[in-house]
Design a protein around this ligand. Sequence first.
Ligand code: PLP
Length: 451
Amino acid sequence: MNQSLDNKTLKQMDRDHYLHPFSNLTEMKETGSRIIERAEGVYLYDSEGTKTLDGFAGLWCVNIGYGRDELADVAAEQMKQLPYYNSFFGTTNPPAAELAALIKDVTPEGFNHVFFTGSGSESNDTVVRMVRRYWQCQEQPSKKYIIGRHNAYHGSTIAGASLGGMGYMHKQDEGLPMQFVDHIEQPYWFAEGGDLSPEEFGLQRAQKLEEKILELGAENVAAFIGEPLQGAGGVIIPPSTYWPEIQRICNQYDILLVSDEVICGFGRTGQWFGCQHFGYTPDLMSVAKGMTSGYLPMGGVIVGDKVANVLVEKGGDFNHGFTYSGHPASAAVAVANIKIIRDEELVEKAANDTGKYFREQLATFADHPVVGEVRSIGLVAAIELCANKETREFFPNQGDTGSLCRNFALQNGLVLRATADTMLFSPPLTISREEIDELIAITKQSLDFVA
Ligand code: PLP
């Protein structure tokens, strides 16, 4: 759409009428918003003409980079052909059917079905209803509890926020977490590992799941849900001992294992799905973000045979779904996007090519005076800022140094995100070596600035 209003008018309209998500609404009334007008490759352009490298791929989602005409073209074509029709009551549409089969081709063996949603939060809401339906069909209706983790993020709907363990979200809203949801501690070695080695700590934190199952009674527990690595929590990469132990416990107590792949899915970790990186096999995977690279909203729950066969063979009615489940234009965009990820070998690039280069360059910051730890996998990473790297002691007033660092980077041409004092990176998978050099140079200036 060509812009018909001048920027001053738009900023005023925004300030007066737009309530922004996850924002300080009081502050924004004063500060207003920066208008991002267009984007190309890994660069954003705002209404002042400022060019900024997007080191965060929007919100961990623009995996194939901005400005891909192929996606705009398939969306326009599909909107002309069939902009919308529901997939309830015995109908489907060509892109949704093609997408379901294409997803099967890129997922690990044993995943042959998908349920479409409009977002990651809706995917996790679907998980809740689907796992409970599964246990009803298995004549074990008391299996209702879903166990998540503190400091996990699973979305912003009531179910998503409940499964997640973000204290500030629970605090804002009495009644969260909802009934039959519980949490265990997270595998955050840098902050909570104490004197244990990462491997010992990973095992110990996984065993918290066993303790919780025994406390609740295995006959009451439906599933465990976890992100392969906690993204919004601070790119917390669990020690190698963690996931195998979680898998063992789920198997032993007959608990479904759900991998929230909303960030990790579709290449971010250098594998198609994060669970493949960490070597576990979930029963269900929630996805969104990289599924369409954010070009249109879409999510899904990819369902393994164990659950799908029960739902299909003896489940009958599954009373759940969304108006936009299997939306034709979103599905067409997802098909084109997944084909780009496959044909341009972006997963391989994130693992061994530009991803490797990115990780090597970031690792050089480990010796920087304010850096406690650098963690990375594929093309996702964190730099942990701290006051004392030997004792892993954080700065007082957690968040102040991270905000300073993030703001300095932004003023100097790079979008990063800060969770407290952890700097987060998740650039488009298409980023080149030269663009990585630019990202690294601005990061260095930003670290020097807060040192
Ligand atoms: N799950 C994870 C791991 C996420 O990171 C997010 C969003 O950041 C969600 C779920 C929620 O996705 P959405 O914002 O599309 O509802």
